[in-house]
Every structure is written in structure tokens, then in C-alpha cells.
Ligand binder design. Structure first.
Ligand code: SAM
Length: 212
């Protein structure tokens, strides 16, 4: 999987100087190197550009790598709301989005994402594109909130659903992370309000279209 991703990135030039700087800023700040892969980031940009989504909700900001990829999809017309547990991560993400020219189109809400999501529901907020990329234990809870907050036809994209390829392992007793991702994939595949597919790019992304 790693070899295939490296090949795709090298041929399709999915990394660039600004995104390299974001990766360096994450390392310099002692934060974990768990941003989306370059090709996954490019897929996010393309999905937003193709769908015409303008009101995006991200769950899990880290240093803003995926945030920049999302914002590049909507350009000058659109808004990104991003939920992040760690105040200092959100600050770095905001600084990186500002450097990319999207400072006035992004807002970060810090704290437990589940609480932030409940507040967004209470405030009757609506979004047409969601990116789930935070703690895996809560993926199913995040999915439920995203469906509640979705406009009809909205897309929900979720990262790391292949769990390093372990979801496809037969035999060995699956680890907790693998179990969570397998259960999540089955939920999105069979959900009556979703039409979904898993794309094996990066660490795997599910793309779900909301039917209301
Ligand atoms: N989407 C980012 C990117 O590709 O640039 C990477 C996100 S990283 C995989 C996961 C992020 O989720 C971390 O920044 C972490 O602090 C955040 N996170 C973890 N648990 C959370 C929670 N309960 N509520 C909100 N954010 C959380």
C-alpha cells in the first residue's frame, strides 16, 4: 500500500512547497506526524471542487494540512469550520491556513468534538461536506452527528478506514483499532441514509453521500 501511494504521489505531484512547510511546522512543534497522505489531500480538494461544496465541517484539524486541501477545493467562495481538541494544534492550523490565504474563511472550535457537534446541532447549522479524521473510538458518533447536520446530497469523507490494511486480514484476532474500522465500514456500507464506497488511497477513505 505504501509503495502504491508513493507511486501515485510521485506521478501526480500531490505534494507541494506549502504543504511541505505544514509538515515541517508540525514536526517543529513536536506534534504527531499523522496528517492525511498527499494523495488523500488531493482527493479531498477534488471532491469539494467536483461537488461544489461551500460549507465544510472538519473533525480533527492537527496542523491544518487537510484543512488547506479542503479549502483549496472551494477557493475564494466557501467556509471551513474545524473541530480540534488541542488549543495549540488549532492555533498552528489557523496560522498555516492563513499562510495559504484562507485565514478569513476558516474558524476553529476547540474542545471535545462531541460537545462542539451538539452545539452545532442546537444552533441549527448545516454543512454540505464533512471530513472525519479524529479519535477512532468516536467515528460512529461523529457519523451520526454529520448525518444530522447534513444538507441533502452532502458528502461525508472519513479517513484511515483501512487501518493500515489490517481490516482485510483474515484469521488473526483483530486489534481494537482494526475492529473499530471494520465496524465503521460496515455501518457506512449498510446505512439506509448513505450511499458509500471505500477508496483505497492513503490509509483508505470512505466517501458517503447523504440521502434525506
Ligand atoms: N485532519 C488532520 C490532517 O490531515 O491534517 C489530521 C488529524 S489527526 C489524524 C487527529 C486530530 O484529532 C488530532 O489533531 C487530535 O488532537 C484531534 N482529536 C482527537 N480526539 C479528539 C476529540 N475527542 N475531539 C476533537 N479533536 C480530537
Amino acid at each position: 500500500m505504501k509503495q502504491i501511494n508513493s507511486y501515485i504521489d510521485s506521478v501526480f505531484h500531490n505534494q507541494n512547497a506549502l504543504l511541505e512547510e505544514v509538515i515541517s511546522s508540525i514536526e517543529e512543534n513536536g506534534m504527531p506526524s499523522i496528517s492525511v497522505s498527499p494523495s488523500s489531500g488531493k482527493l479531498l480538494t477534488m471532491l469539494i471542487s467536483i461537488s461544489g461544496a461551500k460549507n465544510i465541517l472538519e473533525i480533527g484539524a492537527l496542523g491544518g494540512y487537510s484543512g488547506i486541501c479542503l479549502a483549496r477545493g472551494f477557493g475564494r467562495e466557501g467556509k471551513l469550520t474545524s473541530l480540534e481538541l488541542e488549543e495549540r494544534y488549532a492555533k498552528l492550523a489557523y496560522s498555516n491556513l492563513s499562510k495559504a490565504g484562507f485565514g478569513d474563511q476558516v474558524s476553529y472550535i476547540t474542545g471535545e468534538a462531541l460537545q462542539s457537534l451538539e452545539k452545532l446541532v442546537e444552533d441549527n447549522k448545516r454543512f454540505d461536506f464533512f471530513f472525519i479524521d479524529a479519535d477512532k473510538e468516536n467515528y460512529e458518533n461523529y457519523l451520526r452527528y454529520c448525518i444530522r447536520l447534513a444538507d441533502s446530497g452532502a458528502l461525508i469523507v472519513t479517513d484511515n478506514v483501512l487501518a493500515g490494511g489490517s481490516v482485510a486480514d483474515q484469521g488473526a484476532k483483530p486489534k481494537r483499532y482494526t475492529e473499530l474500522m471494520k465496524r465503521f465500514n460496515e455501518t457506512v456500507a449498510n446505512h439506509p441514509q448513505l450511499g458509500s464506497l471505500l477508496i483505497p488511497i492513503g490509509d483508505g477513505m470512505t466517501i458517503s453521500k447523504v440521502k434525506k
